[in-house]
Structure formats: structure tokens, C-alpha cells
Write a protein that binds this ligand. Structure first.
Ligand SMILES: [Fe+2]
Length: 447
């Protein structure tokens, strides 16, 4: 009998060993790459995550005071990478509704069958004028040499920020190693993006396969109140006293994906800016702030894209020869206050500028300036290292080549504060400015 039980035990162990568990086993459906993003109004928050295997359920359990007494379901879509391995990932997207503005919620995501994520928390959006918006703003952060990541993570966990604006270029590149670089990056930012909305625009490093991983994995809001896909290229939302627009400069450079994208985006931008300038809307959300990846102006020596004295900026001037669909005039016509850019791996603060001419305010450069203020902030860390500066331009106010990121506080209708954090100098603030406006709207040459 003892002999028989020994044989049975051996057979059992052999069976277990032959059923070696692999990563492809459907039992592994635990969420990863968890991040949240704003919807179009404060009652909404979108939770997005990835499973590596087919999981049909997309559930978020959430609630106030650490009690997960509410449950929302969403949908799953397939991201098929176009690399040689044709890897598939499963993108889960759940929209939380009826949130109370400013209230803090805990949540986890996953499914009853395949398991749940760790516990995260967030504060629901506020777009009342009394809300002081605190954002971190940066571009060009890779999965490796992400110098700003530890400090951003710490600041997020300490509650210093309400949201992130990532001004394009991430992972370097998301499609590398059959999309695994994208996976690693999205997992790396989870310690930030799981807690505060991670609002993005695309950069040139997301361009592979028509930006497929970027459009699949993020969930920016469309004006139709759907999330992700094309909306990740251009969208807008209101927070505090600001109307914030994310858009793609890359449509102007990757025209193999279609010229119509430039036209569609331009028309949408014009429509969005017109609506934002309707008196009631501009009074409620006086600040109009844009973010796009490739700058209209810079003084770096190695990039002709934004050296507009010698070169030609597609984004600023429009398509070559026809000079159509340029954005500088459009943005100034509708009184855009502040424009964030990246792509240059450095920080540059510009004097208020329009048509290569500085238009400082009469009581101070940034007090009621007569042109938009441009900030180039693309130094959060990537394997390509820094971009050197050339000769300063007339619009150059301050520049710095340390790794780092920007902080923006929007205090009220008239006062907005910006500062630049240097990671090379242990988190020291190396630049700061107040933008003060007694009125918002088109600049004098358009009135
Ligand atoms: Fe770039």
C-alpha cells in the first residue's frame, strides 16, 4: 500500500511539473500599467489598465473613506502591436461617474475571477474658480534615465500635485522590443499615474505604427465624452479656472499617416477655441493653456524645427509653401495665455512672443503681456541626453540644461505661477515666474 501511494504521489508531482505555469496561462490576468485621467467634467474619472491575457471583466471597486462600496464596469479592447511578435495586450477602460468634486476616493481595478490591483486613491476633479490647480509639466521622459521620476513620484505621494501634463515623448520608444518598452514605461509611471490624472499629448517617439500603442493605452476625453483612440491626439478639459488643450504637433511631421489629420485637428482647435472664448466660458475658465510637443520657438542649436530665424516651423507657420494650418496666429487670435512645449531636452522660458517679436507687458514682462508665453520643458530624462543651446534669441528669457520638470500653480483668474525644478541640483528651484493678467482674450493686434 505504501508502495502504491508512493507511485501515486510521483504521478501527481510529474503531472504538476508537466503543467508548468507560463505567463501566457490565462490564470495570469492581474492588472498592470494602471493610470487615471480626467473626463470632461468633475463627476468623471477614467481608470485604464492592461492585462497580458484575455480577461473579459473590467471592474473598478471604489469608494470614500477607504471603503470600496461602489462598483463600476467598463470594456476591454485589444491592442495588437505591429512588431515581429505581434504581441497582444488587453486594454481595460472604466469610467467612474457621479463623483463628488474634490472628494477623495480609494479604488482598485481588476476582476472577480483573475484578481485585483493594489489599492490606489485619487481626488475627484474640481473646476470651480476657487480651486488652486497644481500641476507637474514635463516632456521627454523615457523608461531609462528618467531623472525626474523619483522626485515626481515622491511629490505625487505627498499630495503636491493635482494632475500631470506630459508634453509628449515617453518610453523611448513605446514600440521597442515588441512594445515591451511601452509596458515597462507604463508600469514605471503607475506610482504617479495611478493616483493623479496623467494627461498627455503625443511626441515623435510615439509615432510607430501610426501612434498605435499611444492611442490604445491612454484615455484622453473626446468632446463626445468617449475616451482614448483619436481623442489622445487632440482634446481639451477644464480644471480650476483653466481650459487646457492637448494637441498633436506630430501630424505636421508624420504626414504619411494623412494630411487630413492636420486639417481635422486645426478645425477642431478653432472650434474649441471659439467655444472657450464665448463670454460666459472665458469668464468661468479665463486661462487658456495649450500643450504640444514640438516647439514653435527655441534657441537650441541642434534642431531646425524651431529655429525660426533660419528655418521654418511647420507648427508655427503651417505647411510649407502654402503656409496653411499654422497655429501661432490661431492661438493668438483666441488669446491663448500659455503654451507648453517639449522635444528639446532642456528648459527655456520665453518672453511673450508673437511673429518672432517680443510683446512684453508695460508694467512688467509678464504683467498683461501682449502675446502668449511659451515654456519649453523637455528635460525629465531620456537616453538621448541634453540638447545644447545655441546663441540666445530675442525671445530667450531664461534657459537651463539640467534634468528637471516644471511646476504650475493656477491660483485664480489673474495669477499663475511657474517654476522649474532641477534634478541635477537636488530638487532646487532654478527659475520661477508669475504670469499676471487683468484680462484674457485676443491680443491687441487682433482686436
Ligand atoms: Fe521629441
Amino acid at each position: 500500500m505504501a508502495h502504491l501511494s508512493g507511485i501515486l504521489l510521483l504521478l501527481f508531482l510529474t503531472a504538476v511539473a508537466s503543467k508548468s505555469i507560463s505567463y501566457d496561462d490565462p490564470v495570469f490576468g492581474q492588472p498592470e500599467q494602471i493610470h487615471i485621467s480626467y473626463g470632461l467634467d468633475p463627476s468623471l474619472m477614467v481608470v485604464t489598465w492592461i492585462t497580458m491575457n484575455p480577461v473579459n471583466d473590467s471592474i473598478v471597486e471604489y469608494g470614500e473613506n477607504g471603503v470600496l462600496n461602489q462598483r463600476a464596469t467598463g470594456n476591454v479592447s485589444i491592442f495588437q502591436d505591429s512588431g515581429t511578435e505581434k504581441r497582444r495586450e488587453y486594454v481595460h477602460r472604466v469610467v467612474l461617474r457621479n463623483l463628488k468634486p474634490g472628494h477623495r476616493y480609494s479604488y482598485h481595478c481588476g476582476s472577480d475571477v483573475y484578481g485585483w490591483s493594489p489599492l490606489f486613491w485619487f481626488a475627484a476633479m474640481r473646476n470651480d474658480s476657487g480651486f488652486v490647480v497644481r500641476a507637474a509639466v514635463y516632456g521627454d521622459m523615457g523608461k531609462d534615465i528618467a531623472y525626474s521620476m523619483p522626485r515626481l513620484q515622491e511629490e505625487t505621494q505627498l499630495g503636491h500635485f493635482d494632475l500631470i501634463l506630459h508634453v509628449g515623448d515617453m518610453a523611448y520608444d513605446m514600440n521597442s522590443d515588441n512594445a515591451r518598452f511601452g509596458d515597462e514605461y507604463m508600469n514605471a509611471i503607475e506610482s504617479i499615474a495611478g493616483y493623479i490624472p496623467y494627461m498627455t499629448c503625443p511626441g515623435n517617439h510615439e509615432n510607430a505604427y501610426n501612434f498605435s500603442q499611444y492611442t490604445a493605452k491612454f484615455s484622453m476625453p473626446s468632446s463626445m465624452n468617449t475616451f482614448g483612440g483619436d481623442a489622445n491626439h487632440f482634446y481639451s478639459f477644464n480644471v480650476g479656472s483653466a481650459h487646457i488643450i492637448g494637441f498633436s504637433t506630430e501630424f505636421y511631421y508624420f504626414t504619411e499617416y494623412g494630411f487630413d489629420q492636420i486639417i481635422n485637428q486645426y478645425q477642431w482647435l478653432e472650434q474649441d477655441l471659439r467655444k472657450a472664448n464665448q463670454p460666459a466660458n472665458r469668464a468661468r475658465y479665463p486661462w487658456i493653456i495649450t500643450m504640444g510637443h514640438k516647439p514653435m520657438y527655441c534657441s537650441n542649436s541642434d534642431d531646425n524645427d524651431c529655429l525660426t530665424t533660419e528655418g521654418y516651423s511647420y507648427v508655427r507657420n503651417g505647411l510649407p509653401f502654402v503656409e496653411a494650418y499654422g497655429l501661432e496666429k490661431l492661438f493668438a487670435q483666441y488669446g491663448v495665455d500659455l503654451e507648453f512645449w517639449a522635444h528639446e531636452h532642456s528648459y527655456e522660458r520665453l518672453w511673450p512672443v508673437y511673429n518672432s517679436t517680443v510683446h512684453n507687458g508695460t508694467k512688467g514682462a509678464y504683467i498683461d503681456p501682449d502675446a502668449p508665453v511659451h515654456i519649453v520643458t523637455g528635460s525629465a530624462g531620456c537616453p538621448e541626453r541634453h540638447d545644447p543651446f545655441g546663441i540666445p534669441r530675442s525671445w530667450t528669457a531664461y534657459r537651463n540644461n539640467d534634468y528637471g520638470y516644471s511646476r504650475m500653480n493656477i491660483y485664480n483668474a489673474s495669477h499663475l505661477y511657474l517654476e522649474q525644478v532641477s534634478d541635477d541640483k537636488g530638487g532646487k528651484v532654478v527659475d520661477s515666474m508669475w504670469l499676471i493678467k487683468s484680462k484674457h482674450g485676443p491680443y491687441s493686434y487682433f482686436e
